[in-house]
Design a protein around this ligand. Sequence first.
Ligand code: KG4
Ligand code: ZN
Length: 339
Amino acid sequence: MLILSIETSCDETSAAVTRDGREVLSNSVYTQIAMHAEYGGVVPELASRKHIEKITPVVDSALSTAGVTRADIEAVAVTAAPGLIGALLTGLSFAKGAALSLGVPLVPVHHIKGHIAANYIAFPELTPPFLCTVVSGGHTLFCDVRDYDNVRILGGTRDDAAGEAFDKVARVLGFPYPGGKELDRLARSAPASCPSVKLPRPSFPDAPLDCSFSGLKTAVINLVHSAAQRGEEFDRAVLARSICEAVTDILVSRTKLALAELGYDRAALAGGVAANSFIREAFEKLSESEGVRVFLPPPALCGDNAAMIGCAGYYAWRAGVRGGSSQNAFATMSPEDRF
Ligand code: KG4
Ligand code: ZN
């Protein structure tokens, strides 16, 4: 089953060709980051316009890299929720036109199920059920992946997503948007001998699998501002490391609780923030401390890309999910809901 997939939910214009879900023949990604960095974050209207400009060349590149023609394509999968509505609609409209003109099914895909599916591409032996901790710019979710097309949310952030928190504190430390990756790199240069800065790790006794990152952002802003007011120097690298440690602790503690609740012996990570080196290190340790097998997709598959949508689209197609010409996009939608 050869699928052409399209991802335009935020600031990456991406198209891929996948075979039977897990085999990636091409995965073309055009990132708009440089354009949005000038404004300190994603400007939705600019994102939509750039998707319109780039979608055709990106799809052409995906087809030619895969060495296939339009006539070979058997289905078109597309991210239809959640994301920036204008950005989603550009990809969905293109995909509808492509499916109609090729006479093949259209398969709407949930973006989070796409992030989870990055693990199926990276690990051919992985099959549900397993626990997946999804950490991206817009989401932080602890997911019980019961089956390919059946995801249950066990908990998640009550305010900022982990990636959003990383980007906001990175900005306070002087990094351009999106600063998560740079903050990770800076944190790695902190001398091991320097004690970490104390940062909040809030918990919710009534909902132990929920978490919060907005207090972390406020604590870092207060720290940086009061140091500036007092004319005091602080070690940016040590603060960056402390931030990475706090986010990691929050994610790992919930992941352990979720594993205990589900009784699963497999834990996967997904989403752009899954590229963070501190989080990856801590997850690797889970295999020993919790006796579970840990799945960490390579960083190239963690960020937004269409191959993961093609993979999730294959399993959605197998489960009978189809979109027609009236298929709509949705800015918000739970991965528990089906199209
Ligand atoms: O999944 P993704 O590509 O887009 C969304 O669906 O949101 O995630 C992007 C997020 C950004 O917030 C970015 O700063 C963060 O992933 N990110 C990182 C790292 N690499 C990317 N955050 C922390 N450490 C990293 N190494
Ligand atoms: Zn994403």
